[in-house]
Write a new protein. Structure first.
Length: 349
């Protein structure tokens, strides 16, 4: 994969998704995916998934506890799909419930994992969440697989969850995880680029993440007042300033750059992949610059599909606000398992 251009054309699908009139703009796609209206519609469609959901507490080593929701199927079902949400999302985010409902209806068991300090889990662990906490997510996936036996296990992540899915896949064999494949939708590739896109882009995204993050940090202080006193976080007016303050004052990072590089998946981060991985990205993503794909190391296990439209984790396919990717991912996972001896692109769609 050339480092000065996007991946080779034979690994990219530029077709497949065509939004309807009025829904094609990248900001419309991105904002609609988490809108209150869509959330209500998705919860209605996810009734069977939610009815079958059971809360599960996972012991992930070193005293770390993570929580998620299991919607079980018989062991003879099509397999287990573990879903990872994005930053300041949760297991009940609309995009998680939307794809989860589709996969459950198609016969898959579904586990929706909450990252640390997401989904009202702030009191479970003393130390706060940051994106370099990959070991606990690897351990969580291992525990989920061991606890819920399935013929096959697949990992699907969105945005920061896509970044985690890729890093888990790169570590799966060493951790003893039998992962059949991983799918990453609009994953964070170069955190510096994503930070810059959020700071310099449409104010709505910056405001959204700052508001939700401050609320999350306030919940952390309330859970552990003896450990944290962040002061009035409104004095830190940007995501960059807030991130630098937290990771240098309350975590073991000497500076902001060290932290951001710590969870990048560019360079050689994926060079040793032995688990088949599919990245699905949108050329018009306002949060994840798709040209950062040029900086991802090539691997026979890595397939990339870049769609012209879709925004950030959007891919809204109609006025009923359904997601085109839901059925596409289900179709992909229903395809015959990928042979480890002949890793190559899965057909998208």
């Amino acid at each position: 994969m050339p480092m000065d251009s996007v991946p080779e054309a034979d690994s990219i699908d530029f077709g497949g998704f065509t939004p309807p009139p009025g829904l094609g703009h990248r900001h419309v796609q991105s904002i609609l995916t988490g809108s209150p209206l869509r959330s209500r519609l998705v919860r209605g469609r996810a009734e069977a998934l939610l009815r079958a959901s059971r809360k599960v507490l996972l012991e992930c080593g070193d005293g770390v506890r993570l929580m998620g929701f299991m919607s079980a199927r018989p062991p003879s079902a099509k397999g287990l799909v573990i879903l990872l949400h994005g930053w300041e999302g949760c297991a009940d985010s609309s995009y998680v419930l939307s794809v989860g409902a589709t996969l459950y209806e198609r016969g898959f068991a579904v586990f929706r994992l909450n990252f640390r300090d997401h989904g009202a889990t702030h009191a479970l662990n003393e130390e706060f969440f940051h994106s370099c906490r990959i070991a606990e997510v690897v351990n969580a996936v291992k525990v989920i697989q061991e606890r819920h036996c399935a013929a096959r296990t697949v990992l699907v992540g969105y945005s920061l969850g896509g970044n985690f899915a890729l890093r888990v896949a790169a570590r799966a064999n060493a951790a003893g995880i039998d992962l059949e494949r991983a799918v990453a939708v609009c994953p964070v590739l170069r955190p510096k680029s994503t930070m810059r896109a959020l700071e310099d882009g449409l104010w709505v995204y910056r405001h959204y993440f700052l508001r939700r993050w401050r609320r999350s940090l306030a919940a952390k202080v309330e859970s552990f007042p003896q450990l944290y006193d962040f002061g009035d976080l409104r004095r830190l007016r940007t995501l960059t300033a807030t991130t630098e303050f937290l990771v240098t004052r309350y975590a073991d990072f000497p500076d902001l750059d060290t932290y951001l590089e710590g969870y990048a998946i560019t360079g050689d981060a994926l060079a040793g992949l032995s688990v088949p991985v599919r990245i699905i990205a949108a050329e018009d993503d306002p949060v994840i610059p798709f040209r950062d794909l040029a900086h991802v190391a090539p691997s026979p296990a890595l397939s990339v599909s870049v769609l012209r439209r879709g925004g950030h984790c959007g891919f809204i396919a109609g006025y009923g606000l359904g997601c085109w990717l839901d059925e596409t991912i289900a179709n992909m996972l229903e395809a015959p398992p990928v042979s480890r001896a002949s890793l190559g692109p899965d057909p998208l769609g």
